[in-house]
Design a protein around this ligand. Structure first.
Ligand code: BDP
Length: 684
């Protein structure tokens, strides 16, 4: 089996199990419109019943109760399932939930209702017009090619179906590092086609804009947001966009960050930039500006260690809470730096009260092994969502800020960067799809149990065999802590390559001495960023008082974030009693050792799932096991050399048995495959 159907395979139930369900004869989809999500729901239920229960049901779009009751085929209430939504989309969600329950052989509850934690449950694809995908690891774009929207949008429809099944209702289809040609006449039409393809699934689209489009596409002399010609340009473009996409979500803006132009380029404030787009959208409906808080200078002067990139968002948005137009929402990455393996929540989430926010997660595992490593992210997301910011000394869980509950907002929520590509697995790896599934589930219900969510996903994706489901659940639940152990612990960040910016594989040396500000401040004696108010960069002071106090003090800072907030000697003792450096050594060994068990535990599923997916996943887990060893040795050797402190257990730097292949002097040798092959010297 390939992965195209993902968790919507609707695998047939064993005959005995299928018999427990009533015989469903008629599907009544009450709608007159073929493009309505209700009509989609009818077809989906018909298809699902056929696949799961081998039942053929007819679809009708009208229902007259009196006619039914007088006929011989009296409607038996016990055998009737009524699915209603607050809107048409809701009915589709209910229909898909009904099918996913059937597929998991779960009983249909007598009555049941569910509603979303937040109205904004969106995806950001980082697709470029040329068909490449920024941080994409699964082939070319399903939206664009050679500067234009693809003719065949079959995959886009299939993507919308997956989204609808986990109740995601919007998507920005192009890269935040946008291009002016997105808005040329033929692409405006193309965007209309994308919107048409996704609408029957209740998914609306938005676009990311390039700030200098007025100059580069419009031929204007400036893109100054207060210039009347610039205002007229954006008003005109917006009108044209709405002609093609009447239900457009709005505009996503990355400005004045990582070399992108923005309002600051023209001496204007971020709010003046955002409001320009807000006013262009306003006359057309409910479109919003998603203004990214990811504003920072990537040429930071490394010699000024107080120059802390983590401070940037709060500093840039300071004083702007009251000046954004009401249809501007600020979109904030979950942590203050950039999708790291461990971060505290962004303190900006505690600063905006009038201005509503969207929290940004990343399903794309950019710093998390790029879908070549298994890393189930829901447990990481929960560390953020369940965090209590104690705003004004009141309970203020991040999930309650984002849902709108804390500040009484009606429209706020979630975005995640997703790097779906043309590959038949969607993300380049079957197991990575649990993150996309879980993202939808968490937007709807952020208190969901991580293990229960991944078990549901495993059942829907791989079938009901408990050994399969338990193994996948366990591997997934261990995967993030394991990855953290071998990639970067105690809040030091993912110690990956950063200079070449591929963000993959170990490169602790690259973390300091770069302009991107992801610094570990490691020297011969000590390690970690001092972000305290007393002696450091002042970052801890950006949190509300109670939280600031916890992070300001070494004693109260939890071990897992110690090096995020403090610069300590390698010999500093953690709450566990271990020194920082011994913890590094041990954690990297533990993480790598656990990764060795992944392919072995997967082997036990041979024959229990189809061979195609079994082999694909085995290959990935075997690769990960090898790469975890590379991570372990690279990080441990680096810090060992830096501080000169021996590993109490004599492992680090003590590989007498290890001979580099190029140093070997053997004659008459036999070539044998190295397993895992990445353990071979020099393998990347
Ligand atoms: C970083 C990515 C970069 C993105 C940027 C962003 O490495 O490709 O453009 O985030 O979010 O993590 O804008």
């Amino acid at each position: 089996a390939n992965g195209l159907e993902a968790w919507l395979r609707y695998a047939s139930l064993p005959t005995e199990a299928a018999k427990q369900y009533p015989r469903y004869t008629d599907i009544v989809a009450l709608t007159d419109s073929k493009s309505s999500p209700v009509s989609t729901a009818g077809k989906e239920v018909q298809d699902g019943l056929k696949k799961i229960l081998n039942q053929s049901a007819n679809i009708r779009n009208k229902f007259d109760p009196s006619e039914q009751l007088s006929s011989s085929a009296i409607v038996d209430e016990a055998q009737t399932v009524v699915i209603v939504g607050q809107n048409e989309r809701g009915a589709l969600y209910g229909a898909m939930e009904f099918l996913m329950r059937l597929a998991q052989n779960q009983p249909c509850p007598a009555s049941y209702a569910s509603s979303p934690s937040a109205p904004i449950r969106w995806i950001n694809q980082w697709d470029n017009l040329d068909g490449s995908i920024e941080r994409g690891y699964a082939g070319p774009s399903i939206f664009f090619k050679d500067g234009a929207v693809l003719d065949d949008l079959t995959r886009v429809e299939q993507y919308a179906r997956l989204m609808a099944s986990v109740r995601l209702n919007g998507i920005v289809v192009n890269n935040v590092n946008s291009h002016c040609n997105l808005l040329n006449p033929s692409n405006l039409k193309g965007l209309g086609r994308i919107a048409d393809a996704m609408r029957p699934w209740g998914v609306r689209i938005g676009v990311a804009l390039y700030f200098d489009t007025p100059i580069e596409l419009g031929g204007l002399k400036t893109s100054d947001p207060l210039d009347p010609d610039v205002v007229a340009f954006w008003n005109d473009i917006t009108t044209q966009l709405y002609e093609n996409v009447p239900d457009m979500l709005g505009y996503l803006i990355k400005a004045n960050s990582e070399g992108q132009p923005g309002p600051l380029t023209y001496g204007r404030t971020l709010a003046e930039g955002a409001n320009l787009f807000a006013r262009a959208l306003k006359p057309h409906g409910d479109g919003i500006v998603m203004y990214r808080a990811f504003v920072y200078n990537h040429h930071l002067d490394e010699s000024n260690w107080k120059n802390d990139r983590a401070n940037a968002a709060v500093e840039f948005f300071d004083g702007l809470d009251d000046v954004f137009d009401e249809n501007v929402l600020v979109q904030i990455k979950y942590g203050p730096i950039d999708f790291q393996v461990r971060e505290p929540p962004s303190p900006l989430l505690a600063h905006l009260r009038r201005t509503r926010t969207i929290i940004e997660f990343q399903v794309a595992q950019e710093y998390m092994g790029q879908q070549s490593h298994l890393c189930y992210l829901a447990p990481l997301w929960r560390t953020i969502l369940d965090f209590d910011l104690r705003i004004d000394g009141e309970p203020s869980l991040v999930k309650d800020v984002v849902s709108g509950e804390r500040f009484n907002w009606k429209y706020s929520g979630y975005a995640a960067v997703v790097n779906v590509g043309n590959d038949s697995t969607w993300l380049g790896s079957h197991l990575a799809m649990s993150n996309l599934y879980a993202y939808g589930r968490y937007c709807w219900e952020p208190s969901s149990d991580e293990a229960a969510v991944v078990s549901d996903w495993a059942r829907l994706t791989f079938g009901l065999n408990p050994t399969v489901v338990d193994t996948i659940t366990q591997l997934s639940m261990e995967s993030w802590p394991t990855y953290e152990n071998y990639s970067g612990n105690l809040g030091i960040q993912t110690l990956c390559d950063i200079v070449k910016t591929c963000h993959y594989g170990p490169s602790p040396a690259a973390m300091d001495g770069n302009g991107w500000g992801q610094w570990t401040r490691a020297d011969a004696r000590a390690i970690g960023m001092d972000r305290t108010v007393a002696t450091g960069t002042g970052f801890s002071g950006q949190y509300p008082a109670e939280v600031a106090k916890v992070f300001e003090n070494i004693e109260t800072t939890p071990d897992e974030l110690l090096l995020w907030f403090h610069h300590v000697p390698y010999t500093h003792r953690l709450k566990s009693g271990k020194t920082v450096i011994q913890h590094f050594y041990d954690a990297h060994y533990e993480g790598a050792e656990n990764a060795q068990t992944f392919p072995v535990r997967w082997e036990a599923l041979r024959g229990l799932i189809d061979d195609h997916r079994f082999q694909h996943i085995l290959f990935h887990l075997t690769y990960q096991a090898g790469h975890a060893l590379v991570w372990r040795d690279s990080v441990n050797t680096f810090y060992h050399a830096k501080c000169g402190i021996a590993d109490e257990r004599h492992r680090v730097g003590n590989h007498k048995w290890r001979v580099k292949a190029q140093d070997m002097q053997l004659a008459g040798y036999q070539v044998v495959p190295v397993k895992p092959f990445e353990a071979a010297y020099g393998a990347e």
